[in-house]
Design a protein. Structure first.
Length: 81
């Protein structure tokens, strides 16, 4: 799925909106059955699911204080295909 890229006008409209309340963001993520860590990465040979690799990424950002507060966190549902 491609990323959504706002136009310059859409971004300016968002930036200039007078709303002063909280902003919520919903991330709908699809994970690989097996993480795709590259050969130069320490986790390359771990053979772990994508959900585990993504949680490692989130934990690193949280530890660095770079994540906002979670309003709702759910466990990923993995559908076998």
């Amino acid at each position: 799925m491609p990323a959504m890229q706002p136009t310059a006008d859409q971004f300016r409209s968002f930036r200039d909106d007078p709303h002063d309340g909280p902003i919520a963001q919903v991330n709908l993520l699809k994970f690989r059955v097996k993480a795709a860590d590259g050969p130069g990465e320490p986790e390359h040979a771990n053979d772990e699911p994508g959900t585990v690799a993504y949680q490692r990424y989130v934990d690193a950002f949280r530890a660095a204080g770079l994540l906002c507060r979670d309003l709702l966190t759910t466990r990923p549902t993995v559908a076998a295909t």
